[in-house]
Design a protein around this ligand. Sequence first.
Ligand code: KIV
Length: 318
Amino acid sequence: MDRESTWPRPKRVSLMSGRRRAPEGRPVTVPRLGKMKRDGERVTMVTAYDATFARLFDEAGIDVLLVGDSLGMVVQGQDSTLPVTVDEVIYHCRAVARGTRRAHIVGDMPFMSWQVSVEDALRNAGRFLSEGRAQAVKLEGGVEAAPTIERIVQAGIPVMAHVGLTPQSVHAMGGFRVQGKTEAAAARILRDAKAVADAGAYALVLEGIPTDLAREITDTLDIPTIGIGAGPDCDGQVLVCYDLLGLTPDLKPKFVKRYAEFFDEGVAAARRYGDEVRAGSFPDAEHGFGNVKKTETPAQAPGLSLVQEPRRAYGPKG
Ligand code: KIV
């Protein structure tokens, strides 16, 4: 008999365990995002890279979780998204899927994961769904990406496109700069947006472009546009979760609004913890397991649980 089939099974203490409120409503799907645009309902999207943050945003009712290649900068500490690999994004997608019940999960195709050949693009895109348990992929690119988007969509893989400031082209752009500021540049971005929509993209991220250009693209296309640094007239908005929660102390781009100051709160909490450990006031009796009861034999002693209530797994297993 192998170890897994023995009974009773060893108790699994999962990070995603415990009683919790179910996020409101049915799972967010590709058709539902299209309907949200038609109904004039704004789409909320946030990046997430692990199960805990995914659960936090899922419970908050955020519609779309993007496992962005921005993880290279905020999780890995790189100075661009270029070093991020397909395997790394897929690893984070799986973690996000474990923390998510309702939100739609999108895996970001990293630098050079779709440009080399359509076969390569298809193989990589498929892995985000089969291994990463994402429901769609995102791909940065305009007219030049359209034929690849079409092939991926034909394979049954929904594609979210991304035009304007495309961080994977940081060197070609000469830095992270607002795009489409001249009429000619704006016309090129509009052409890119139409090309990816015609190729079958189901949604489009508009990053770092003027407000009026984003409005024109939003009014022109039937698919939802999701803006970041693109003004208020897009069909939805996306922020990098570390920016939204105030976890990036040295960086505050103009388009970011911080809704919390987690970094400062974390430093203060860690400082209190350090002070209490040094002073010997943590752990106290409340956070310990008492003393050995000398009268009981081990067989009579009830098992001590490390947790306070029965736990159950949160997301899908795997
Ligand atoms: O990787 C990412 O986080 C993104 C968003 C900024 C749209 O592409």
